[in-house]
Ligand binder design. Structure first.
Ligand SMILES: Cc1cc2nc3c(=O)[nH]c(=O)nc-3n(C[C@H](O)[C@H](O)[C@H](O)COP(=O)(O)O)c2cc1C
Length: 317
């Protein structure tokens, strides 16, 4: 499929996730078949102020292509200026704008999903960014309680020049609770001509197939199910091609974890990552996982965490 001028080979994407989707983790997901990956959300204000953390967030490499950078902000002018800097500095294949983050801290200042209450501001943001950059621009939004308002926002996004739209089937008020509802995504897909990417509670081959069939969407985006489980992309692709379920065994989980550490070191980003948290995700569903998570909590350095993980996987295997 194509998103604007960007060619994407496949339809299972990795969601942008703050403190999760660093370059090493994204490369691991790519290895397992994620067709498109996004950076964590980056503040447009921080880009303008040359905050050094943005260099870590914007970091990518040739093998990652295609790769998207996601921006959040509350001013059309700032987001457009930041997009232009991002295009020049990091050359992503897609620039995504966040209209979905429900965090109270951000919403209070008019960022993320707060913008869903101001359709005309959304038009201004998207059209300003599209005018400013040649890179295809996409949007990630949540649904609103009202279908008409949801469709209105989606149409504005398309009219303003976006090349694709991702729809998370939860409202701002739901945050991450309840079940994602893909009905509005289906309505948006019926209404719009640009690619529509469905997101929310896609956790395995069965749920992936259900959402594709139900919404008719062009692609799927996987968030939490990928945390500590980059193999999810192989699993879903396999199911969509064969109808058969495969699960990662302990050897696979350990292989993925050690590869993750290798990549973190290769890109020199260990210092930015809360490895304790990531290691714990990799132990989910594994026998003795609870004890290991406890031991990891008090580990002081990367090498100790790796040793604890080695012991777990050797034992489970
Ligand atoms: C830890 C975490 C961080 C997230 N950070 C972002 C982000 O930076 N930008 C964004 O658009 N969505 C973010 N999200 C939302 C996800 O991209 C996704 O929309 C949401 O988790 C629903 O998909 P899922 O049910 O597959 O997890 C985040 C979610 C989680 C759990």
């Amino acid at each position: 499929m194509k998103i604007g001028s960007t060619k994407v080979n496949g339809k299972i994407f990795l969601a942008p996730m703050a403190d999760v989707t660093n370059l090493a983790f994204r490369m691991l997901c790519k290895k397992h078949g994620a067709a498109l990956t996004y950076s964590e959300m980056i503040s447009a204000d921080a880009i303008l102020h040359d905050n050094t953390r943005t260099d870590y967030l914007g970091l990518s490499c040739n093998e990652e292509k295609p790769f998207g950078i996601q921006l959040f902000g509350n001013s059309a002018d700032t987001i457009a200026k930041a997009s232009s800097i991002i295009e020049e500095k990091y050359a992503p294949d897609i620039i995504d704008i966040n209209f979905g983050c429900p965090s109270n801290v951000l919403v209070k200042y008019g960022y993320g999903s707060a913008l869903l209450n101001s359709p005309e501001k959304i038009r201004e943001v998207v059209s300003n960014v599209c005018r400013k950059v040649d890179t295809p621009v996409t949007v990630k939004m949540r649904v609103l309680p009202d279908i008409k308002k949801t469709l209105n926002i989606a149409s504005i996004v398309e009219d303003a020049g976006a090349s694709a739209i991702t729809v998370h089937g939860r409202t701002q008020a739901q945050q991450y609770s309840g079940k994602a509802d893909h009905e509005y995504t289906r309505n948006i897909k019926d209404e719009l001509s640009i690619p529509v990417i469905a997101n929310g509670d896609i956790v395995d081959g069965l749920s992936a197939k259900y959402v594709i069939d139900y919404t008719g969407c062009d692609a799927l985006m996987i968030g939490r199910a990928a945390m500590g489980n980059p193999y999810i992309f192989s699993e879903i692709s396999h199911f969509l091609h064969t109808g058969k379920q495969i699960r990662p065994d302990c050897t696979q989980r350990f292989e993925d974890f050690t590869e993750y550490i290798r990549l973190l070191k290769k890109y020199d980003i260990v210092k930015y990552v809360d490895l304790r948290m990531h290691a714990k995700w990799f132990t989910r569903g594994i026998r003795d996982g609870r004890h290991v998570r406890h031991a990891i909590s008090s580990a002081k350095d990367t090498e100790t965490i790796i040793r604890i993980m080695e012991k777990l996987f050797v034992k489970s295997y």
